[in-house]
Design a protein around this ligand. Structure first.
Ligand SMILES: [Fe+2]
Length: 499
């Protein structure tokens, strides 16, 4: 239901209720290919840049045998029975293939120890590495100014954030799904989308604040997203839902339940702050669920979906991405025990919405950074022209959202939901986000507001004075269409020496 926006005092606030809010500008140049190249460039860097990633690939047969060997005192070749020495390779057993002299055994032992160290280092890397730096190739960034876009006759400045702009304003979620017909009857604008070609929504000052990133055109990505569907299903089957104090939420029954976003199961995973936590930390899970979710994020197909969203974020909002990195990096460094879902992604938490019909009622994710972005990747099997669309209430727009595609929205200030899918269809979604409380915690000097007030009154008063300006400061971090290239250059030149 499209309820009026109210402040806590009851005053109504509804800046987007004018007719003819939209003017659509279509660019004729198809820039999807270079942009996808850039996304994939980052993906490749993520996948291939770390030598430790090689450990993910299967060992060749020699390594597979020797690397598992204990330093045993085994008989040398001269003592082996002739029937073993002469046995054809195909018939040789594990024992037959053991190294046959002292040097080989030492070599095998050293290799094993080396591998163990690599595994330890990799585990450490997966859990404690700060989010990565991101670089867009200069040759591609100049094409960004011609990205297809839809300009709305509204200004992001008018969206509502909580005081201080760390998070959005709490509003109750809708009570049920809304049909395509009812939204069209209310005057929503409808946009078709192939789910591949990127386009962005800009405000009247040309700020890019909603990103329809699409997906890589590489056929292997389609394979990975189908594999991700299977992994999601498998994870769904293995998780124990509804454990006390755990962020794996069961499907609400009879309208009651913890998942206010809709009638589907979900798992929230990663590093967050808010909702009663005394300090930033990993979201809580039972030991069993923790293991299942750890395995989920180790799947290459999931990593690929996650890193694609990260790349799109950095590509279309370079200053904001850099703000996330610079602000959160000190937090990760101070807390090496934090477990990152996908360490190469800037967004530290994720929700896995299992479906089989993950259709959100319209809602705000008000705990996310108000001036930030969260990514949503749709999965499942459904006709995107009939259902699964995303609608953005503040902007009064409905966009087709095919499975396998990724979008980024400021989810704590733009109310959003999905159109129901049809009977027999399935829809899942994978979202990544960052709680606004994390950024507030860092900027308060790793303290709560109360602690800051008690221990550093000068800093606290400065924060108080700055609160009214904070929202506009955040909005400065959204890039404008004609400034994307220079923003990329600025971020690149501040963080990396230009070679
Ligand atoms: Fe949401």
């Amino acid at each position: 239901m499209d309820s009026p926006h109210c402040t806590r005092s009851g005053l109504q606030f509804s800046p987007y209720r004018t007719e003819e809010d939209f003017g659509v500008v279509k660019a004729s140049l198809n820039i999807s290919q270079p942009i996808q190249e850039a996304f994939e460039q980052q993906w490749n860097a993520d996948e291939l840049g770390e030598p430790d990633d090689l450990d993910d690939f299967p060992l060749n047969s020699d390594d597979a045998v020797t690397s598992d060997l204990p330093p045993l005192d085994l008989p040398g070749p001269s003592t082996l029975p002739p029937d073993v020495i002469d046995k054809p390779a195909a018939l040789q057993t594990h024992q037959d293939l053991l190294p046959s002299n002292k040097d080989a055994r030492k070599k095998a032992y050293r290799r094993k120890k080396k591998q163990e160290k690599r595994e330890r280092d990799r585990a450490k890397l997966e859990h404690s590495l700060p989010s990565p730096k991101f670089k867009v190739r200069a040759a591609l960034s100049h094409k960004l100014a011609k990205v297809a876009h839809m300009r709305v006759r509204s200004n992001v400045v008018n969206l509502r954030a909580a005081q201080g702009a760390w998070i959005g304003v709490r509003e109750s979620a809708g009570q049920g799904p809304r049909s395509l017909e009812s939204l069209l009857a209310e005057g929503y604008d409808y946009k078709e989308w192939d789910g591949i070609t990127p386009f962005v929504i800009t405000d009247e000052e040309d700020r890019i604040f909603v990103i329809f990133a699409g997906r890589p055109q590489d056929p292997s990505y389609e394979d990975d997203r189908l594999a991700a569907d299977a992994v999601l299903e498998d994870t769904h089957a293995k998780l124990q839902f509804g454990s006390n104090g755990c962020q794996v939420l069961p499907r609400p029954t009879n309208g009651c339940g913890k998942n206010r976003r809709g009638g589907f199961k979900t798992a929230n995973v990663g590093i967050s702050y808010g909702g009663g936590q005394k300090a930033p930390g990993n979201l809580c899970h039972t030991k069993h669920n923790q293991e299942v979710l750890r395995s989920f994020f180790q799947q290459p197909c999931i990593k690929r979906l996650a890193t694609f969203a990260n790349s799109a974020f950095a590509f279309f909002a370079p200053k904001l991405h850099e703000y996330y990195r610079r602000t959160l990096e000190p937090l990760w460094k101070r807390n090496p025990h934090f477990k990152h879902n996908v360490p190469t992604c800037i967004l530290p938490a994720a929700s896995i919405n299992f479906g089989p019909k993950s259709v959100s009622y319209d809602h705000l994710d008000h705990n996310n950074l108000a001036g930030g972005l969260c990514s949503i990747t749709a999965g499942g099997a459904f006709d995107p022209t009939k259902g699964g669309h995303i609608y953005l209430v503040n902007l009064r727009v409905i966009v087709e959202f095919p499975p396998g595609s990724t979008i980024l929205i400021p989810s704590s200030v733009i109310r959003h939901g999905n159109i129901p899918i049809r009977a027999g269809e399935t829809r899942t979604s994978f979202t990544q986000y960052a709680a606004g409380g994390l950024f507030r915690w860092v900027e308060y000097g790793f303290k709560t507001w109360h602690q800051l007030w008690e221990t550093d009154r000068v800093h606290a008063l400065a924060e108080l004075e700055n609160r009214p300006k904070k929202w506009k400061e955040f909005l400065e971090l959204f890039s404008k269409l004609d400034e994307l290239e220079s923003d990329h250059h600025a971020v690149r030149s501040r963080c990396y020496p230009i070679k």
